[in-house]
Design a protein around this ligand. Sequence first.
Ligand code: FES
Ligand code: FE
Length: 441
Amino acid sequence: KTIQQLKEKMEQGLLPQWVITDPDIYQLEVEKIFGKTWQFLAHETELKEPGSYVTRWIVNDPILLVKNKEGKIKAFLNSCSHRGVQLCTADRGNKKTFTCPYHGWSYNLEGDLIGIVAGNKVYGEEMCKTEWRLREIPQVASYQGMIFGNLDPNAEPLDDYLGEMKWYFDLMLGRGDGGMEVRGVPQRWVAKANWKSTAENFAADPYHVQTTHRSTVEMGISPEDPLYAGYGHQVVMKNGHGINVITSATGKARVPFQGMPEEMWPMFEKNLTPEQLDIQSRVTVFVGGAYPNLSFVSPIHGTEGHLHNYLNFRLWRPIGPDHVEVWCWFMIDKAAPEEYKEAAYRGYLGSFGPSGTLEQDDTETWARIVESSKGLMARDKELSYNSVSNYLMGLTNVEPDESFPGPGTAYPTCYTDALSRRLHENWLELISKDLYVKEEV
Ligand code: FES
Ligand code: FE
């Protein structure tokens, strides 16, 4: 009954508010969304040499990501097979072997158990080491340098899962020779927020920019025009992925190629298809997300004559229904000049990440959604208070634009809830899959 009721509401462009922080819904999300979809783990430039490793999480599963001697990426559950202690506690480094801090069992880069303290002497006979190797993450795959893992061995391949989004990944991550590189380390912090709100805010909500980030208008960095973040296209894709290609009122960019150095333009022309090039030449900001919890923004920051572009990927790791651990990567074209990279990195630190002004604007609103979704009126499952959030923008007044050159369903404005509605439809589809339905007799 609840699923049916949610479905009906969502078809009307309404999302019952109680689902945001409901603990039972959260448990369903952990198993049916995060246990089954492809989860971003790292960019390949974070693992440079054989033996390089980083530790990551897929919600509650600790992951050890290692580059082996052949240069292949392996992903293990970061948990010793003896008593389950977290094996590696450092964020990153380079090792030939991993030794458990509890009883000293050690593993090589392939996850093989290679050393048992006092081995035969304590176990009486040779332990079958292959039985006690580290548990591998069922699926690992990468696209354009982005490494993903999947806890479901039967999940569709990453290529199929990303689908149309690959075209936009090619554009953002593959435009320069050598692709992108991560600069610095991913920053991370905990925010009071539900992952659905943060993912939606980035993927599908340029409408908030004018108000939430009002200070940028007052400082003269952003235009006064209340429609300014809406010019361009919002593209809705299979599996709930999406992107906003924000241009300007004229349909052109503020500066060509997002202010990337002119000497790099021929490189973009060589690496992109004519359709991708058309978009790249007139975009101001790309902002979007790969479902469920990976978001990205590729903005232009700075002042006239000193404009910089970069790519910021962020993962919203849920740690409960009302908190996320944010993981935030700064990426820049490998081929860009060093001084450009450094200036763009400084611009990023001032805007996004824990020290960023835009980040703090957003974080405040997400916390307030969580705070106001816990009360009796908001948690009313019978909806007698009509406790729903409004997703009506563009529902009846915006049609797709067939002339848009990229794949997906493109709407001729970014001020529409088309992608938000798709995200939540996808959410409901996933959490209600294979649910046991008790028939009333
Ligand atoms: Fe790792 Fe005992 S738990 S060696
Ligand atoms: Fe924002």
